[in-house]
Design a protein around this ligand. Structure first.
Ligand code: ZN
Length: 129
């Protein structure tokens, strides 16, 4: 399991209802394994805020849960799980949903990406040397 700061994978890390609601910009997040990008928009973050819904298999989901609890400091209140469409690496985006400031203002701050390394093919042969 790897934990990667979001700044290393995308330039847009914060969304604000005042600035982003009508223009629908997306955050293009690179896959740590294959470098292909996935677009995450305001609505994706809104849909998953404070939710337990996961797009991953139950087993992958549990591994992320365990890792998040044990290893993520200041655990954000929301997450978005997905498989990279290209290489199928399981990925969890951790983000903080907030509300306040100006009237009716709310938004999302992207924090951290967790990835599970794909299982390497087991070497069943006999190694010599
Ligand atoms: Zn990938």
């Amino acid at each position: 399991m790897n934990q990667i700061k979001i700044h290393n994978l995308t330039e847009k890390t914060s969304f604000n209802s005042y600035e982003d609601f009508e223009t629908y910009p997306t955050s293009n997040i690179k896959c740590p394994t294959c470098n292909d990008e996935i677009s995450i928009g305001f609505n994706d973050l809104k849909k998953h805020q404070l939710s337990d819904y996961s797009n991953l298999s139950h087993a992958d989901q549990l591994e992320f849960e365990r890792f998040t609890t044990e290893s993520v400091i200041n655990k954000p209140n929301s997450f978005l799980d997905y498989y990279c469409p290209t290489c199928k690496t399981p990925i969890r985006l951790l983000y903080e949903s907030w509300a306040g400031g100006r009237h009716g203002e709310y938004g999302y701050d992207l924090k951290t990406i967790l990835t599970k390394e794909k299982e390497k093919e087991k070497n069943t042969g006999h190694n010599i040397g």
